[in-house]
Design a protein around this ligand. Sequence first.
Ligand SMILES: Nc1nc2c(ncn2[C@@H]2O[C@H](COP(=O)(O)OP(=O)(O)O)[C@@H](O)[C@H]2O)c(=O)[nH]1
Ligand SMILES: [Mg+2]
Length: 361
Amino acid sequence: MKIKKYVAPSMREAMHRIKKEMGSDAVIIDSKKVKKKGPLGFFVPRDIEVTVALDGSPRKDFSAARKEMVMNRSMAGEIQELKSLVQQIVTRRDSPEKEEGENNTLLQKFYQRLVDNDIDSRIALEITDEIGKEFPQEDLEEDKMDRVIRDKIARHIKSVEYGGQGQVFCFVGPTGVGKTTTLAKMAASYGVFKKKQVGLITIDTYRIGAVEQLKTYSHLMGLPLEVVMSPQELEEAVERMKHLDLIMIDTAGRSSKNSYQLGELEGFMKVLPQAITFLVLSVTTKGKDLITIAENFKPANYHSFIFTKLDETDAYGNIFNTLYHTSTPVAYLATGQKVPEDLMLAREEHMINLIMGADGK
Ligand SMILES: Nc1nc2c(ncn2[C@@H]2O[C@H](COP(=O)(O)OP(=O)(O)O)[C@@H](O)[C@H]2O)c(=O)[nH]1
Ligand SMILES: [Mg+2]
């Protein structure tokens, strides 16, 4: 009796080769899935290894081969395994359209969607890989998987809203991300629309013109502004404004790589233990840089993020990558240059929709 193993990507292809090489009298005595090697091993559909026997009468050979196998695998559980394998083969033969790897293809599709939305490929792989392990293949269908992925993403997303009287809001972050503009949007919302008493302070003493920008807003909105140069001056200015409903403090943009500038900022923040500090980040910044910035700004003791310039991209995976690595809540999202309208409170459901794709699916 001749016994031969065939390895092929699908049962159909294995059968084709077996028929061609061994003829139609060959009998399948075993089949199992075997792993393929590759960089994305999980997503590469498994090969199928089929063992066939050929010699004399097919019926006789089949039973002989089966006996041989049963002898080799003496345990009853393994006979059961053989039975289920035969069942699988019969089922597959009855529904040839259900190709091996079909469900992995669905996972791969989701993986691709996450990566297309700028989610770090390693995180996307981790999420889809987990799903592949957690759910039996027959449970993997598109709508369910979409919900499962959303749940997994939701675990890393938190929004936060601050209220109450006598608060001090402080805006820190790199240059040009929209700190002053966002502050102006919030100042207008509280000071003009909600009729709160708002005071502005800037420690933006690096860039000529930066103070002017905030001065213009303070004149337009009729809000008091103080310019401070040292931590002590800041402390005094906050003390002078303590009767107001809300104090907003703008800071100079700092390079997250400049430890002197960050140390200086830390000195200012130390005199404001009561402040709520926002780290303002632009979604147009490269993914890896966002995480580095979030890490390097830690000495400023920020409480939450504000993501800006959402209008300048269609892929929001960057937000997720940052939250995944930092576990920090998000307070606001800025969606344009217009003051005050292009600012919204961050909502978890909205962020998940953005991260899963601009169409919200
Ligand atoms: N497209 C877009 N531009 C923004 C947004 N927020 C701020 N900007 C623009 O980004 C530039 C820098 O803003 P600015 O507030 O001066 O940044 P800062 O240096 O962090 O204070 C300005 O031209 C703003 O109009 C936003 O959400 N979307
Ligand atoms: Mg500024």
